[in-house]
Structure formats: structure tokens, C-alpha cells
Design a protein around this ligand. Structure first.
Ligand code: SF4
Ligand code: SF4
Length: 301
């Protein structure tokens, strides 16, 4: 359905239920879309915008991420003197990502990951904010990155064990190199580009899918009100996992990066029904905050 047809429908529907200032402003905005007004520029949308989850929780989370970023730099610095600290950090974070993944999907990656805090809190300031190519988040790319990381770490640990037993150095090397890659990707693409191929994130994604398959409740998911969505695409511009929540309103959606449903380079296509059931969703609510028509919601309980 075209944007204008959709806007026209919404004008009719909202008009019949028009009460309150906000509804009136929405009706006016939809009418301008229907009539071809270039309303879908940033100023027009901002004029009618409300922040449904602006209760301070997102700002608190961002502040926590900045602290996590500082903690991550501290951990790296400490590991230069005591390399085993890097080993504890890598093993601890990977175990936490997988453990939390079984229950809450990729919640860990947004709320608890120290490197994620560095990327969101600081690398974001230098990022070009570009989408990655589709092949980048393809399951085969993710598998290749995971196997390469495991292979290099395993080889390094074996060599260190044979030499002098200083097992911390291979962990420090892995942490340093992967962080450098994450920062470069964050600047060239967007701050969380690395998180689409991070081995711990991929494991978290996979474990959650398996847990769901075994009957566990899915993690909290963003829901889309198909009647309110006007397909403006803004939610997709703020999603750090390159998900386009508005496309999950109804009908078919094409996912890239679905580890158990790879499809070709063009991704895997499936039926959806108003729920963003993409296992890479970080449950960050950035899309909810961005949506100009309050079509998105995330129940975090
Ligand atoms: S969900 Fe909201 S932000 Fe996303 S496309 Fe629909 S109206 Fe736009
Ligand atoms: S909550 Fe929204 S913005 Fe955040 S990762 Fe999920 S789909 Fe993307």
C-alpha cells in the first residue's frame, strides 16, 4: 500500500475518533501526507512527535553505557600488565552473553556488554552511520568470523601452554584485535556494525532460538501496530542492528542475519504478524522512541 493511500485511510479513521490535541495534530499531519505535502521531512515529523518511552529510562541506559565503556578501557589497560585479566573478561563476557541469551535474547549486548558500551558511548561520536552490506551480516560471514576467532584463540592458547603457560596473552591479543576491528567498523559503518558478526552475539542469538524451540518464552519483543504505522521508515534508521521494525507490521519481511534461516545473499523471507521477532534485536527501544506515530511498543517485563 502506498504511503498516500495509507495516510488517506488514517485521516478517515482518526477523524471519526478525533479527540484531543494530539489526535488532531496527527490527523492534520496525515492529511498533508495524503495531499502530497513534503511532510515526511525531519521537521514535519518532529513537529508531531511524542516520545512514548521518554521516562528517562533511555537516557539512564545511555549513561550506564558510557560507564561500561570506561570500564572496558580500564579492563584493557589492566590486561596490558596482567594479561590474565583479558582471559577472565573474554570468558566471563562470552558466558554471560550466552547465559542471558537463553532467557532474554540479546539483552546482554545492549545493557551489559562493556565493549558495546564503548561503541555506543564513544565510537558513535565518530561514526559515519552507514548500513553494512547484506553479505556482511549473512550467517556464513558470522560463522566464518566465529570459527576464525575460535581457531586463532585455540591455536594461541595451545602454543602458550606449550611454551610457558602464559595463557592470558592469547586472550589479550584476541580482545585487542577484535576491539580494533569493532572500532574501525564502527567508524566506517555505524557504531554497532561489529555486533552483527560478534561471535558472542551470534551465540546469544542462536542459543535464544534453541531455547525458544525447546519451549521457553521468547524475549521481550517490539510490537508494531499496523494501523498506526505509516511506513515512514524512521525506525529502521535508528536501529543499530539494521532491523526495520515497520516492515514487521504484517505480510512478508526479509531478514538478513537470521542464523537458522540464512536464505541467499538476499536474506530469508517469511510471514510476520506485527511482532519484531528478529533474534538480533537488542531490546533497546530506540525504534520505539523514534516512531512519530507511536506505532511501536516494547514491553520489557
Ligand atoms: S513503525 Fe513508526 S517509525 Fe517505523 S515505519 Fe511505521 S510509522 Fe515509521
Ligand atoms: S529495540 Fe528496535 S532499535 Fe533496538 S535493536 Fe530492537 S528493533 Fe532495533
Amino acid at each position: 500500500m502506498s504511503l498516500r493511500t495509507r495516510a488517506s485511510e488514517l485521516v478517515d479513521r482518526a477523524r471519526s475518533a478525533a479527540t484531543g490535541d494530539r489526535t488532531k495534530r496527527l490527523v492534520e499531519a496525515f492529511r498533508r501526507v495524503r495531499d502530497g505535502d513534503p511532510w515526511f521531512d525531519k521537521r514535519g515529523l518532529d513537529a508531531i512527535r511524542r516520545r512514548p518511552v521518554d521516562d528517562g529510562s533511555i537516557e539512564r541506559r545511555r549513561r550506564a553505557q558510557r560507564y561500561l565503556g570506561v570500564a572496558f578501557v580500564g579492563l584493557l589497560a589492566a590486561a596490558l600488565w596482567y594479561p590474565l585479566v583479558a582471559g577472565v573478561g573474554v570468558v566471563g563476557c562470552a558466558a554471560a552473553a550466552v547465559g542471558v541469551g537463553a532467557v532474554r535474547g540479546r539483552f546482554y549486548c545492549n545493557h551489559l556488554c562493556p565493549r558495546g558500551g564503548l561503541l555506543d558511548g564513544y565510537v558513535r561520536l565518530f561514526s559515519r552511520g552507514k548500513r553494512t552490506p547484506d553479505w556482511f551480516k549473512h550467517p556464513l560471514t558470522r560463522a566464518a568470523v566465529g570459527l576464525t576467532a575460535a581457531g586463532l584463540l585455540g591455536t594461541g592458547l595451545y602454543a602458550a601452554w606449550r611454551q610457558d603457560g602464559s595463557l592470558g596473552v592469547p586472550f589479550l591479543t584476541m580482545l585487542g584485535v577484535s576491539t580494533l576491528v569493532a572500532v574501525v567498523l564502527g567508524v566506517v559503518y555505524h557504531q554497532r556494525a561489529w555486533c552483527q558478526i560478534c561471535p558472542a552475539g551470534t551465540l546469544s542469538h542462536a542459543v535464544h532460538r534453541v531455547a525458544e524451540g525447546l519451549g521457553r518464552d521468547p524475549a521481550p519483543r517490539v510490537e508494531v501496530d499496523a494501523d498506526a504505522c505509516v511506513s515512514c521508515g524512521r525506525c529502521g534508521t535508528v536501529c543499530r542492528q539494521e532491523i526495520r521494525p515497520g516492515q514487521y507490521a504484517d505480510g512478508e519481511v526479509t531478514d538478513h542475519g537470521n542464523v537458522f534461516s540464512p536464505g541467499g545473499l538476499e536474506g530469508s523471507t517469511r510471514e510476520v504478524d506485527g511482532v519484531v521477532d528478529h533474534a538480533d534485536c537488542l531490546q533497546c527501544a530506540a525504534c520505539v522512541e523514534e516512531c512519530p506515530t507511536d506505532a511501536l511498543s516494547l514491553d520489557e517485563e
